[in-house]
Design a protein around this ligand. Sequence first.
Ligand SMILES: *Cc1c(COP(=O)(O)O)cnc(C)c1O
Length: 390
Amino acid sequence: MLSDTWADISLSRIRENMRKIRKSLPDSVKLMAVVKANGYGHGDLESAAAAEQAGADYLAVAYLEEAVRLRDAGMKLPILVLTPIRPERTPLALKLDLILTVTSAHWFAEARVFKPYSSAGKLRVHVKLDTGLGRIGIRSRKEWEELVPWLSAEDVEVDGFYTHFATAGQADTAFLERQTARFVEMKEWAVSSGLKIRHYHCAGSAAALRFPHLAMDMVRIGAAMYGFYPEQLVRSVKLEPALSLHSRLVHVKKLAKGEYLGYDNSYHAEEDEWIGTVPIGYADGWTQRMQGTEVLIEGRRAPIVGKICMDQLMVKLPGPCSEGTLVTLIGLQGEQRITFAELAAHIGIVAQEISASLGVRVARIYTDTEEDHAKWDNQIRWSEVEQAVI
Ligand SMILES: *Cc1c(COP(=O)(O)O)cnc(C)c1O
């Protein structure tokens, strides 16, 4: 491993999270593992394989190119593409046996040009309904009625009918209840159309874990699979974060009282202090808003000082440290732990934005057992890490 900054990703935790979610739901509910955005930063192929081992029935990604990567790597599970694709890409989707999200009759009319009625193979789709998120999907009965003739074709299989909640992670459930009621109403349109529809689904992680009765035929699990759960909510299932993030000091120096540090002189030393430089920056996903949060060094907390640069950041050390010392940005060192939740709360984002933003320069190391993960996750000395990698 050449990179000095790496994410340690526990495949056993991903599997365990999925198994716990599976167990919390009725057996008949299908489990769709959402591995978009490089598996929320955890690696799309690795996360998909771990989810499959834990019993996932389906995979989901946001974009066509993400589905292509999974098929190229040999993934055999059904894959739903959550965002509408361009109609002219339909032949590729058919060739790769993907399931497409449909949100309008005019999309279908255009896609039809690229899949003549005479062609072989079935076009598998999930129809998306907008019940209040205001993102994509059919909103009116008229739009649905226009779509039905296209869905009724012999070579079309309506594998699903779904919506997505806007407030599933919020304590106040009023809007979620409104969306649910709207979805139940829309389901009636589907039922009365006489179309054979295999799966009705509405729940992502938060809804599936909080309200198992909303699981219907399938749940779409992203965040929870990686161990994320809305902080303010009571946990019905105990999830473990699958990712920890580490680096090492590449430079250590003493800054004299009154000296400046960082772009725009963003930090001013109030006293003589020890400063360490860590090779991770905003181009790696460690946004400038992380200034003022802490990292762990030698089992102690050290604040990030000055503006975060593109490739490096500076920390105020508890004392002199040797270059090469392990720096933990997310995870455990001795008694101290830095969590996604702590960082996300500090900068006002959701935890999964942090993992999903980790760039390509951050190496990914995969551990397959809890013992391996513990070994990696709680090392103080870089040399041990280095020996383990080589
Ligand atoms: C991303 C996404 C999900 C997964 O949501 P989580 O809250 O991460 O479980 C589910 N459904 C749709 C439509 C999505 O876009």
